[in-house]
Design a protein. Structure first.
Length: 145
């Protein structure tokens, strides 16, 4: 059953996603990032070319001819046919294909709309018996756990 981590109160969700992609790629090999829209896909794609500064994260979009060979797929299209162990969701809705993955990371921003959507998805997963872990990033920025 999919293990789900919620990363809430992310002041810069793209920064959080870049960190998660690096960790997931190192530990699991194949990662799928589901972005909110075309603009977010383009922004994340651009940032992954320069971040993290000490490593390169091989990535492309779903429509790329290299998608089958590339370990990190970044796109806003709500589909996924290829292999991947980790799904990172940045969309405000539940990804219909999340249960195909070993792990799901939900990245939730600071706005009330984002937090409300995150709470709704949390309840959905909880009611269905998924293992859930919550990480409040506000506490970490202040030096907490």
């Amino acid at each position: 059953m999919t293990v789900i981590d919620f990363y809430t109160h992310a002041s810069d969700p793209l920064e959080v996603v870049i960190q998660l992609v690096g960790k997931a790629y190192a530990q699991h090999g194949r990662v799928r990032v589901l972005t909110e829209d075309e603009a977010m896909t383009a922004a994340l794609d651009q940032r992954l070319w320069v971040e993290p500064p000490h490593a390169f994260l091989p990535h492309c979009r779903l429509a790329s001819p290299l998608a089958d060979e590339t370990p990190i797929l970044v796109d806003h299209l709500p589909e996924h046919d290829g292999p991947a162990a980790v799904l990172i969701n940045m969309q405000a809705v539940l990804p219909s294909f999340f249960s195909r993955f070993e792990r799901l990371a939900e990245v939730i921003g600071c706005g009330e709309t984002a937090l409300a959507g995150g709470r709704q998805r949390y309840r959905y997963y909880q009611e269905r018996g998924y293992e859930l872990r919550a990480h409040n990033l506000t506490a970490r920025r202040r030096g907490g756990s």
